[in-house]
Design a protein around this ligand. Sequence first.
Ligand code: FES
Length: 127
Amino acid sequence: MYNEKVMEVFKDPKNMGEVENYNGIGTVGNEVCGDIMQITLRIEDNIIKDAKFKTFGCAAAVASSSTATGMIIGKTVEEALALTNKEVIEELQGLPPQKIHCSVLAEEAIREAVNDYRRRVAEGTAK
Ligand code: FES
């Protein structure tokens, strides 16, 4: 069902785990399949210094989170927010139609993590 690229990323995912000293965290779930994705970010001077994920989900979700985190490290917060699941799918050279929603989780988890960071900044609790 998956192409070689997806399988390659799935078998050797990058950025797995939790960023030490993260200052933004986003957890999202898919109501239909019940899978969950968590992304932690370390943001300094408006740059995504580090990004990691924990995904309790399918191969497409793992490959999407690995790819998406890799795509935003070193980018500005605005660039990270602009990342779409379409770009993640392109990077993965395609996902089966029934697995498109899995890549949406990555886009949403990044947005949640950035929102969390912005909330902490507004509250003065961002590290
Ligand atoms: Fe749920 Fe892929 S089937 S994230």
